[in-house]
Design a protein around this ligand. Sequence first.
Ligand code: ADP
Length: 271
Amino acid sequence: MSDCNSCPSKGKCGSNSESCGIKNNPKNKVKKIIGVMSGKGGVGKSTVSAVLAKTLAKKGYKVGLLDADITGPSAVRLMDLKGEHAYGDGEGMILPAVNKDGIKVMSLNLMMDDENQPVIWRGAMLSSCVTQFWNETLWGELDFLVIDMPPGTGDVSLTVMQSIPLSGVIMVTLPQDMVGMIVTKSLNMVRMLNIPVYGLVQNMSYVKCPHCGEKINIFGKETNNIVLEQGVPLLGELPTNADLAALSCGSGEITDPEILQVFETLVKTIE
Ligand code: ADP
């Protein structure tokens, strides 16, 4: 089923359709696949994935969001799709849910009757689920598929990086040395697998005082993050911000110009 013509890595990977292990469904034509990764959970990887997808959609791009964080899925909430389900198309493909911005979304919670039920699966099951989300979802024609990557450097992350032809990865971190150390592990994994790294987003870098606008660095001034020492460009710093937090309830419109600017930079970097 591999089809180099529909693969974003066409002509760059050294394989051909016979030797390639990736099942690249010919029904899907995805131009660029952007992984948003952290290594550490809870640092804002899903939030950055969601706002990036929304920013791209606002610019008129055809966008998909694949939630590869199978055990901690958040895309359904972030895309305001609570209560929606993904269905089969009757021909062996899964139809993604589509949100009000026109973003096609695939997440395990779209297949669960009760979003509160835990997914207690071994690595092989998780990995096979992610691969199905890639090659059995009817993404159709997309300019960008944003992948909310699984946390950590284990089985599922490895599967995503080896079986989905990522165009590159955006790393998300916090301005804290301990988080930076864990994110650096993921960064090194990405590099070992020869996947390009677009750069770093430092989330929760500051809180802006609503009265005087002063920026308060709640983690201290640890902005010279260890990740930056690895030669990764800093694409932007995001504040801890109520509108960003509200996205997890499906609401919240980003109006802060500094936040919007960070996402403009991300879009320019991946375009
Ligand atoms: P991850 O995907 O890395 O686990 P999430 O994007 O799910 O992280 O974020 C973890 C929590 O922090 C969520 O509740 C989210 O709403 C919140 N959050 C993330 N980034 C911000 C931010 N910049 N400001 C306010 N809340 C944030």
